[in-house]
Design a protein around this ligand. Structure first.
Ligand code: ZN
Length: 435
């Protein structure tokens, strides 16, 4: 269907569902025919694709975990090796990296996904967009952004993520009006300008598209991090959520209230700990089935990320549900004296205290079922005591952690790892298996 036709015809929710079901059936047929991993799995579960008639049947199908994908990585390759045109690798938080093989059709799909996603965020061909993400090192994100922007016809400035000074210089020279990058990089670059006494508001940046870290809180309002970015750059701050495995992204529209789903490209389920669908609007694990993938197709892939879907239509007019910000990783959930929360909630409370220069969280467990939470903060302000910080965190999160004050240098030493793009602020020392 041509773009013009799509615009003139308002697609109803039923039509979207019918189209998605047919794409999903097609995807299952492809898995059965081409994916060695799923052929085996379907056989073990005595599942035949022809039995699949409705979305309700989806829950009968097994889930795929990151451990499955890493453990049997090669069996997920569903095409002949010579059809692979690009290889992506995830950093693999545990052990070996996971490889995602992409065909030419997959790159076309990736471009389409990113085109739709950026259009949702209001990007047009007249925009000049700086990509502050890596296009090399077998990463998918930077490549996807470039392909999507090329389809839109926007001007792309491929700055990369490694050098904030270079990013700042390219902003001066090439005058982009949109920046894409992880929040910490965008804050660092802002500081480069501020330190030289340059006025950020005069640079003409009107939009930031933030990747990697959520910039909204659970109520879909900007988090302290999102607000800091908005204030530094005097620009609209929008978020997007994606991962290499799902090869699909969810971008905020210009209203900025959650990432819009692209039903033609991905099926999203939100499941509880036992793998059952949660009630509409409740938080749970994001489980995805990316549609139309040829190289490394997946079925019901457990992202490990916790979020909720907002099913009601958006004020932008879109009927597609929106995915709220990632509240945390499933395995990082903290249980403190009857309250469950994610490290991000604690981080968010700490970020509201401007005197704090860096922090990290440590969680330990002893023999009871409650986690022991310790917050180590870097602070030079002698008027701020550990007890006051604990009170302020408790007021925001209902959990009162142990707070330890150290020098900001000590925090930097512990949290900054040259090989990682984000500071490490969460240390899980609990005695149990991780992912
Ligand atoms: Zn919207």
């Amino acid at each position: 269907m041509m773009a013009a036709e799509q615009e003139s015809h308002v697609v109803t929710a039923d039509e979207v569902t019918a189209q998605q079901l047919s794409l999903l059936q097609h995807h299952l047929g492809y898995l059965q025919q081409a994916s060695p991993y799923y052929q085996e799995l379907f056989q073990q579960h005595d599942f035949s694709v022809v039995e699949f008639r409705s979305f309700a049947d989806l829950t009968k199908l097994p889930l795929t975990s990151k451990a499955d994908l890493a453990g049997s990585n090669r069996k997920f390759l569903a095409v002949a090796e010579e059809q692979v045109v690009d290889i992506c690798q995830t950093s693999g938080t545990t052990g070996a990296p996971v490889i995602i093989w992409q065909t030419e059709a997959d790159l076309q799909r990736l471009a389409r996904n990113e085109q739709l996603s950026f259009m949702t965020a209001g990007i047009t061909r007249s925009d000049r967009v700086l990509i502050g993400a890596a296009l090399d090192r077998v990463f998918m994100a930077g490549l996807a952004y470039f392909l999507g922007l090329r389809r839109i016809g926007a001007t792309v400035i491929r700055a990369g993520s490694g050098q904030p000074a270079l990013v700042a210089e390219l902003i001066r020279q090439q005058r982009p009006n949109v920046l894409i990058g992880v929040p910490s990089l965008l804050l660092l670059v802002a500081r480069q300008f501020q330190e030289r006494g340059e006025n950020l508001a005069q640079l003409g940046i009107d939009k930031l598209i933030c990747i990697g870290e959520p910039i909204r809180n659970e109520n879909l309002l900007l988090s302290p991090l999102g607000e800091a970015l908005q204030k530094s750059w005097s620009a609209q701050v929008l978020g997007t959520y994606a991962s290499t495995e799902m090869a699909t992204s969810f971008a905020d529209c210009t209203i900025g209230c959650g990432g819009h789903l692209l039903p033609e490209l991905i099926v999203v389920e939100i499941l509880d700990d036992l793998g059952n669908p949660v009630a509409s609007g409740k938080a749970g694990e994001v489980v995805v089935t990316p549609l139309g993938i040829k190289g490394t197709p997946l079925l019901r892939y457990r992202t490990g990320d916790i979020a909720r879907l907002h099913p009601e239509p958006c004020r932008c007019g879109s009927q597609a549900p929106r995915l709220g910000p990632i509240l945390g990783r499933r395995t990082q959930m903290l249980k403190c004296r009857g309250t469950t929360l994610f490290p991000a909630a604690i981080s968010s409370a700490i970020q509201e205290m401007s005197a704090i220069e860096g922090y990290y969280l440590e969680v330990h467990s002893d023999f009871d079922l409650s986690d022991q939470l310790r917050v180590v903060v870097g602070c030079r302000d002698v008027s701020l005591s550990a007890a006051t910080i604990a009170e302020l965190i408790s007021a925001k999160t209902r959990v009162k952690p142990e707070v330890i004050l150290v020098s900001p240098e000590e925090i930097r030493k512990k949290t900054i790892r040259p090989e990682l793009r984000k500071p490490v602020t969460f240390f899980d020392c609990r005695k149990r298996g991780s992912e």
